[in-house]
Structures are given as C-alpha cells and as structure tokens.
Design a protein around this ligand. Structure first.
Ligand code: SF4
Length: 287
C-alpha cells in the first residue's frame, strides 16, 4: 500500500463529528482543528481550484451551535492530553508535528458568511481559554469578502484578543484574472478595500494560490499587478506579515486547473520578495 501524505487527508469528519475536524497541516506544522461553519457547502465565490467536493450534497445543512461546541471541546481535550496521537488517523504523526497549533475557521465555504460568526468565535475562544490553551492560535481562513460587515468586524476583534490570525486570500492583480479564478459577483475592488482596512488593524497573512489554467501559468503581467496590489496595501499602512504562495494540492473543481511546479512556485516567492520586500513562503503541490 502506498502511504498517502498526512497533509492530504483533509476529511471533514473525525470519528462521528459533523462540524469539527482535526487535520495535520503542513502550513501549521502541527494539528489544526478545523471548524466548518458552512456544512451546506455554499460559498459566495466559485473558485476554479476549489477543493470542496460539491458533486454530492452534505447530510448536514445547518450549523448546530451546541453540537459544534461539544465537538470542539472534546477535540481540544484529545489534543491537550496527547490522546489524539493514539488514534488511527494520527498515529503516524512525526514527532515534530505532535503539537496543537490552531483552531481554524474554514471548512466548506466562506466562514464569515455565517450569520452568527461573532458569537461562535466568542464561544470557541471561551473553550480555548477555559483549557488554558492561550498559545493555540485561532485562524480565520477567508476570502475577505465580508470584512465590511459589522458581525464580521466584531468576530475579528474577538480573534485579535485570543491569539487570532487572519489568512486572507488574494491571488490576482486585476479584476479580469480575479474573475477568471475566483468567479464571484463581488468586485475585486471590494476585496482589496476589505483587506487593506483589516490589515490596518492587525497584520494579515495573505494566501495566494497560483495554478495553471488550461496549461497556462499566471501571466508575468498578472504577477506584476499582484505585487502592485500588495504594495498599494502597504502604502495605505496595511500590515502584511507573510505572503503564502501555494498551488493546487488536491483535486480541483475544474479539470483544466493543474498545479505549478515547485520551481514556478519558488519563482513567484522570489518575485514577491523582490518587488514588495515582504516575507513570502512557498507551499508546493502534489504533482
Ligand atoms: S472561497 Fe474557498 S470555499 Fe469558496 S469557492 Fe473559493 S476556495 Fe472554495
């Protein structure tokens, strides 16, 4: 049997859970506990590389807050005690990854579209605090489309007080490429404005996924424009602490999407560093 690298196992369920799923994350270099606020798999973007399987309908359509918090509490306890590494799924975890890094709001859609986003973030933070897990981060993985909404601003403020981090995706420099890749009625300008406003309040991590589209890597002019947008955020006093450059690692929505080579990812990282002076880090595909 060929072993599947642990970081490709991003199943949404752990044992019988419906909302909370621990994964071994290469980006987190440890266990990341995913909290799925979009069990119905609905998203306000329709990214061509999305790895959420929408060919089948989920059995769970709505977030059940009490069940979600119970699941999170028990997974936090499993991680804190180390018992999680005795389970079949995590038994092979290398020693250096045997640590709980974060609780990540991500899942099968855009987490900030959940109407009680602020309340659920507060309740999850409380569970973390009660267990004395102050060093464990709370990560919001987001497309930045809803940062201007009050319930999201309340939620991100709670994250700020609880070792939070925002990973906002930005993977285009122009409206045209943004629409080609992210396919949404939301204008690119709104996303840029939202990222800039949020980055003025705290340092953000940017997640930039680049890929081949019908065999074509991102055009050089697009990558230049991407760096221009990063520089504009900086010039507006937005703080960007890291640009994560990565590529497709799991089966994408559209079959014409394929990963970049490691060398191509490295070249984008070098370009970002050189053009913006920002910290940038490569994450490679599986090809
Ligand atoms: S924003 Fe995320 S969940 Fe939504 S379509 Fe894009 S990759 Fe998928």
């Amino acid at each position: 049997m060929i072993a599947v690298p642990l970081h490709t196992r991003h199943e949404r369920k752990f044992e019988q859970n419906r909302f909370v799923y621990p994964v071994l994350s290469r980006r987190s270099e440890g266990i990341s506990i995913g909290v799925n606020l979009n069990p119905d798999k609905v998203c306000n973007f329709d990214c061509i590389y999305c790895q959420v399987d929408r060919t089948s309908q989920s059995e769970t359509q709505f977030v059940e807050t009490a069940a979600l918090l119970e699941e999170l509490g028990s997974v936090l306890d499993l991680c804190a005690s180390g018992a999680i590494f005795e389970t079949e799924k995590f038994r092979a975890t290398p020693p250096q990854f045997r640590r709980l890094n974060d609780i990540a709001f991500s899942g099968d859609g855009e987490p900030t579209t959940f109407k009680n986003f602020d309340e659920i973030v507060a309740a999850c933070a409380q569970l973390k605090r009660e267990r004395g897990l102050d060093g464990v981060k709370m990560v919001l993985i987001t497309n930045a489309s809803m940062f201007h909404r009050p319930h999201v601003q309340r939620g991100t403020a709670i994250l700020d007080q609880n070792n939070g981090e925002i990973w906002a995706k930005l993977e285009a420099g122009t409206e045209e490429y943004f629409q080609l890749v992210d396919r949404t009625p939301i204008p690119f300008r709104q996303i840029l404005d939202n990222i800039t406003a949020a980055a003025k309040l705290r340092p953000l991590v940017i997640q930039a996924l680049f890929m081949r589209v019908a065999g074509e890597p991102p055009p050089a002019a697009e990558l230049d424009a991407f760096c221009d947008r990063l520089n504009e955020i900086k010039a507006a006093e937005g703080q960007l602490k890291l640009i994560q450059v990565y590529t497709v690692a799991r089966k994408p929505t559209e079959s014409y999407v394929t990963p970049l080579s490691d060398t191509e990812v490295d070249a984008i990282v070098a370009l970002v560093r050189q053009r913006t002076g920002l910290a940038a880090k490569a994450f490679y595909g599986m090809a």
